[in-house]
Design a binder for this molecule. Structure first.
Ligand code: NCD
Length: 334
């Protein structure tokens, strides 16, 4: 039973179930549960070919808090990929050693493809500009915790909606609830792809934050900021140029110097338009979408959101190991 896309979630009760278990993971002793007994003796494999801070660390810590262990495999020059081994064979082998695999890959569809070669459940931790289902689960959990509901919300999704995989996964989850309205703010060439806009979804598309907030700022319940996904826009020439660079220069440095664009920043004026109950989320990492001065504002929910990721992933992993599925039977066939 792999978790590859939020499209596998078809009923809101599946989320209720996950969220109540994530709540238990905040303080399991209170419920008479010894968390380190839940995954004792089990090992989680993390396989990835691109950067990760929160997803990797929170999965790792979640597993350790459940009493299990983790092994990390980077698909780089230190793995047998450098000797010509295929990613498919790598996953097949990894699945002989561990109880579940968390996989992040820079190519859309690659995690789903590789899951076919695994003997154990594979969890998509981000596939290129495709999806990032566990991030969306923790985003929805955060909205539920902060606002108290997941229906009748006005949600502003801002930034690179074309390549930000977190919003692709999140918009589906929120679309399971009635009455949600989406303000999609992005440059014209970075709009939300059609495949993620469900039929009949109430949405408007804009290029500027200001106009929307000036008009309906007091109605907005959630502002979800994303960064410009510059790594998805690299041309072949840029990649080759990077590979030929002196070893000390990092990819991010070389890209930052060539095209440092951050399209949207939440300005002081924008912030003034938001009501006290509004919450600002960001999957992080941020570039300059949200000023650091906003971090201490009660409406800034992004660090609580990152912490929630650990509890949601504890709940998710525990269910995998208990062989229970949160999600409907559709889970295996996204
Ligand atoms: C996101 C990702 O990797 O898609 N980060 C995360 O997992 N928390 C967002 C991003 O990289 O912009």
């Amino acid at each position: 039973m792999h978790l590859l896309s939020t499209k596998q979630v078809t009923k809101t009760s599946e989320l209720d179930n996950l969220f109540s278990q994530a709540n238990i993971m905040r303080n399991p002793w209170q419920y008479g549960i010894d968390p380190v007994a839940l995954a004792r003796g089990l090992v989680l494999g993390i396989v990835k070919d691109e950067g990760s801070t929160r997803t990797r660390v929170s999965f790792e810590v979640a597993m350790k808090r459940l009493g299990g262990d983790v092994t990390l495999l980077e698909l780089d020059k230190n793995s047998s990929i450098a000797k010509g081994e295929t990613v498919e064979d790598t996953i097949r082998n990894m699945s002989e050693y561990v109880e579940a695999i968390v996989m992040r890959h820079s190519k859309k569809g690659m995690v789903k493809h590789c899951s076919k070669f695994s003997q154990v459940p594979v969890i998509n931790a981000g596939d290129g500009d495709g999806e990032h289902p566990t991030q969306a689960l923790l985003d929805a959990y955060t909205i539920h915790n902060e606002i108290g509901r997941l229906n009748n919300l006005s949600v502003m999704l801002v930034g690179d909606l074309k390549c930000s995989r977190t919003v692709h996964s999140l918009i589906h989850l929120l679309s399971l609830y009635n009455g949600n309205r989406f303000y999609l703010i992005s440059p014209k060439d970075m709009q939300m792809p059609q495949e993620y806009k469900f039929l009949g979804m109430w949405h408007v598309e804009h290029e500027e934050i200001d106009g929307v907030l000036n008009e309906v700022g007091r109605d907005i319940d959630v502002v979800y900021m994303t960064r410009f996904q510059r790594e998805r826009y690299l041309s072949n020439e840029e990649v080759i140029g990077y590979l030929n660079r002196p070893k000390s220069e990092s990819l991010i440095e070389s890209i930052a110097s060539s095209s440092d664009k951050s399209y949207y920043t939440l300005s002081e004026h924008n912030i003034k338009c938001l009501k006290p109950e509004c919450r600002v989320l960001h999957p992080l990492p941020r570039n300059s979408e949200i000023p650091i001065s906003f971090d201490s504002d009660p409406r800034a929910a992004y660090f609580r959101q990152a912490k929630n990721g650990m509890y949601v992933r504890m709940a998710l992993l525990n269910n995998y190991f208990r062989k229970k599925d949160f999600f409907s039977k559709g889970l295996s066939t996204p």
